[in-house]
Design a protein around this ligand. Sequence first.
Ligand code: ADP
Length: 298
Amino acid sequence: MLDTRILNELLDWLSDLLGTDYRTAQARPSGAGCINETYEIYSQQLDSVFVKVGPVGQLDMYEKEALGLQLLDQCPAIRVPAVLGAARLQHCSVLAMEFIALAAIKARHEARFGEALAQLHSMQGKAYGLEHNNYIGRSHQINGWHTDWWVFYAERRLLPQRKLAQAKGMRRALLQDLDRLLGLLPHTLGWYQPPAVLLHGDLWSGNMAVDPSGTPTLFDPAVYYGDAETDLAMSRMFGAPGAAFYEAYHTVLPLRDGHSLRRNLYDLYHWLNHFNLFGVGYLGQVEHTLAALLRELS
Ligand code: ADP
């Protein structure tokens, strides 16, 4: 539960931000975030507000999440919580957004959701990457712009995770295998330069839901422009929507040759990140995925 001192400064801040008195509102834990403490700020007379609360030094993470939500909000087919504000307070940092009564995706929502994701993936950027760096979970995600997908993916996705993994004590042989893969990428796959489309970036099934009207809703993004298949790969990593989701998606954006090999490559980024964030429980997935890739690519 929120410490009273933090709750009070949060309610003061919200009241100033929204021009409405939230000082008598209450907080209840909402959702089960992997990274942040999340609460619904509620009272009988007021609209509920969803807040993420973290240490004072966490403001940058919240500001980047807010920018990501605003980018996703450009896609009319998808609902995204409206950002209310982010701030560093005396004892915490906070991100406040519209509270949406979210529900799990059911079979009847899947086709619309798949089509909506394809609409998002039809929004093209000027190159791979993004103006600013952001976060994937708690890890830094390096962006900037690049015109070659595999150079971008090797240098700004896999390599930073490889460096973190070394610092976390990943064994030498595995790091060397990773280096071998990094060296192979631009040469063996250079022919594949997909459209640079707007990505959610952290699209595991826990970051997709529907609002009370059944509208596809996305939150907790790690946005950048890149290969649409990265989002599709992640959507299958920890539980996945049903077949109707993917059928509707591929009616708009058909499958491309070589997708199963790329799926392993795209999973590898998240397995490495999970190893770096949550520990050795994810080492097996890193080893398995890396071995499969080296078998296919070398
Ligand atoms: P974390 O940053 O810790 O991963 P999430 O953004 O995933 O946190 O949010 C945690 C949970 O809170 C989600 O799984 C979802 O159920 C719920 N949630 C997220 N955003 C909202 C929102 N705007 N309104 C209501 N519930 C939300």
